[in-house]
Design a binder for this molecule. Structure first.
Ligand code: HAM
Length: 438
């Protein structure tokens, strides 16, 4: 019988690669989201929210047809009017679309924008890799200054550090401009052609259309072959190389440790010049906490004027996972201030009226509606870590007074129903500095 029940009960499961964030864990998310909001405000970034789905063409144009994201991972469907739409796999193309469509360039020349949003990628789920994940991202649109690259890296570092993450590595590279990459790809293809039989199957497929992606293959054979391959930094223009050298000097000046990594080509076609990634050894194969770079030509690719820009995004699941592994103590959400314990229908009714009155005065309150025993209600109140319980039984009803128990020092007293709210408000005032507050 129990087995049949479990089978029926288990009929609906969440789709592979998705997750539930349960009440017991939500405080970690609230902490991180609040931290992001606070830091963004300090750095003068404004929040932008774009739709969960966009016309598919935006990602084909913006992210690139040959990328894994567009080629293999998009959740694309035709809607009832025959339009092809896609659940957003990333946030940069939608933000640029919104910037251009709403003519934000008319407001000011430099925009600092941020978002916290869910992203959808049909990838093979594994630890740290989901089909729906949440990113926070920041974009500076409208400036080619090196300060913008540095500011974003400092911003990301600040958020990670406030979440107890100091043990990351910053990898940085320059992939130049489109013409540089064309030249480099030809040289790289020629080099890889000599080893084609030894490359992994995935890399063999990439050699024609996207040879640079072979550089970030995790296959040990591919890694060995590419160790001595030509490096892109030797093929970018003088202008790009000078920019990259100035950037590295500025990072040193700002005490930002970084490793130059010739393999860091990133998987999205819109990047130009700077690419960077924050990685953590605590994450296993999916080791990027965040990544980004410049995308000076994206606005043009989407039909706008040339608008130099730079940005990065970070997965909240991975960020929280590293913070947890570091033993970071996320500050918990406040429990309710008071639990009303009621026994019997009439007492429940009275408690409900009192509870609503307390809530109307901003006093967080809760109670049970399922006719639990007094003992069980008290146990629950204790588990919730409330400051007070207020007990109403038949005797208390007849006297119009309840028993108020302070759960911190276990003292108790009788309080008239009509005086409960004022009493709690004045108690809270007295103990504001030490208690968890209302
Ligand atoms: P991305 O590197 O594809 O960049 O993703 C950014 C971050 O999102 C990754 O570093 C990782 O932390 C997280 N992430 C990506 N895919 C998954 C997944 N399947 N499961 C869990 N976490 C994941 C972008 O999306 C660019 N739009 C970043 C950017 C902003 N570049 C310029 N501006």
């Amino acid at each position: 019988m129990k087995f049949i029940f479990v089978l029926i009960y288990m009929k609906f499961r969440r789709p592979k690669g998705t997750k539930d964030i349960l009440p017991a864990d939500i405080y970690k998310w609230h902490f991180v989201e609040n931290t992001i909001g606070e830091v963004m405000q300090i750095y003068d970034y404004s929040e932008i929210r774009t739709p969960t789905f966009e016309f598919t063409e935006l990602f084909i144009r913006g992210v690139g047809k040959e990328t894994d994201i567009v080629g293999k991972e998009m959740y694309t469907f035709t809607d009832k009017s025959g339009e092809s739409v896609t659940l957003r796999p990333e946030g940069t193309a939608p933000v640029m679309r919104a910037y251009l469509e709403n003519s934000l360039y008319n407001e000011k020349s430099l925009h600092r924008l941020y978002y916290i949003a869910n992203m959808f990628r049909y990838e093979k789920p594994q630890s740290g890799r989901y089909r729906e994940h949440t990113q926070f991202g920041a974009e500076i649109i409208g400036s080619e200054s090196i300060y913008t690259d540095v500011e974003l890296i400092l911003l990301a570092r600040d958020i990670y550090q406030r979440c107890g993450i100091d043990n990351f590595k910053l990898k940085i590279n320059s992939i130049g401009k489109a013409e540089d990459r064309k030249r480099y790809c030809a040289v790289l293809k020629e080099y890889l052609g000599k080893y084609v039989n030894d490359l992994s199957e995935d890399s063999k497929r990439r050699i024609e259309k996207n040879p640079m992606r072979i550089l970030d293959s995790k296959d040990p054979g591919d890694i060995k072959i590419t160790q001595e391959c030509p490096k892109i930094l030797d093929y970018i223009s003088d202008e790009s190389r000078n920019r990259f050298e100035s950037l590295c000097a500025m990072l040193r000046e700002n005490n930002i440790d970084h490793d130059i990594d010739f393999r860091l080509v990133r998987g999205l076609d819109y990047y130009t010049d700077t690419t960077f990634e924050f990685v953590s050894d605590l994450l296993g194969a999916q080791n990027a906490i965040g990544g980004g770079g410049r995308y000076d030509l994206l606005a043009e690719q989407l039909g706008g004027k040339t608008t130099p820009s730079v940005g990065f995004a970070s997965g909240l699941e991975r960020l929280i996972s590293v913070a947890e592994k570091n033993g970071f103590k996320f500050s918990a959400n406040k429990p309710p201030f008071i639990y009303l314990v009621a026994l019997g229908d009439e007492a429940v009714n009275k408690a409900f009226l009192l509870m609503q009155d307390l809530r109307n005065s901003q006093i967080s309150s809760t109670m049970d509606f399922n006719g639990k025993s007094m003992k069980s209600q008290l146990r629950h109140a204790n588990k919730l870590n409330v400051n007070y319980v207020f007990i109403i039984g038949d005797e208390e009803l007849s006297k119009e007074r309840g028993i108020l128990k302070n759960m911190n020092d276990s003292t108790q007293c009788e309080i008239e129903f009509a005086k409960l709210k004022d009493h709690l408000l004045s108690e809270n005032k007295k103990s504001k500095s030490s208690s968890q507050g209302i």
